[in-house]
Design a protein around this ligand. Structure first.
Ligand SMILES: [Cu+2]
Length: 203
């Protein structure tokens, strides 16, 4: 009896378990079935397409982007080449300008403080700079920063004024400019203080 009971209990339990299992699975299939099947069916029919499409779109987009990146790189390379060429042209133009038509420049010379007293000639600093070299067409601009009047006179103390250029009396803080169009060597001096001499070499 005891063994039959046990078998009966086990049997019942098995049936119950199966029944429970069936209801559980069946329930789940029946409950979740429609809800799952609806999203599963439509995604299964549309999702693979869309996922394939999405994948394909993505791949195409990646290829496209890679293509555009390559194109952009090519364009950038070409632009760089053009810029390099433009720079070369500019360099050549600059060289031509340097060689052919050096733009006229102005060279500044100062008449320093204290030059009305001898001594500056020992350092060749009565005009600073005293000896300059310029190109034809350049201008020399003298500024009297001394508190005393001076002159910038072409020529030399020994030979006197050359007549090429003469500032006449340059008062304190006054300036004088002269453009040298012809090549040559031009000595000059101050008529008030004959120790003050300078020279300009025009190329
Ligand atoms: Cu002087």
């Amino acid at each position: 009896m005891a063994s039959i009971d046990k078998v009966a209990i086990v049997f019942t339990m098995a049936i119950v378990a199966i029944a429970l299992g069936f209801t559980a699975t069946g329930g789940s299939i029946q409950d979740a079935g429609p809800t799952i099947s609806t999203p599963m069916v439509s995604p299964e029919t549309s999702e693979p397409k869309s996922s394939e499409g999405f994948g394909a779109d993505l791949a195409a987009e990646i290829r496209e982007r890679a293509g555009t990146v390559e194109l952009e790189e090519e364009v950038m390379m070409e632009e760089e080449e053009v810029m390099m060429e433009e720079e070369e042209v500019m360099m050549e133009e600059e060289e031509v300008m340097m060689e052919e038509s050096t733009e006229p420049t102005t060279v500044h010379v100062e008449i320093p403080v204290g030059t009305s007293v001898p001594g500056c000639e020992e350092f060749n600093s009565c005009f600073t700079p005293a000896d300059i070299s310029i190109n034809a067409g350049d201008t020399v601009h003298w500024m009297n920063i001394d508190t005393v009047a001076h002159t910038v006179t072409g020529g030399s103390p020994a030979d006197g004024p050359s007549g090429v250029f003469d500032s006449s009396l340059l008062m304190a803080d006054a300036a004088f400019a002269f453009t040298f169009d012809e090549a040559g060597s031009y000595d000059y001096f101050c008529m008030v203080h004959p120790w003050m001499t300078g020279s300009i070499s025009v190329n």
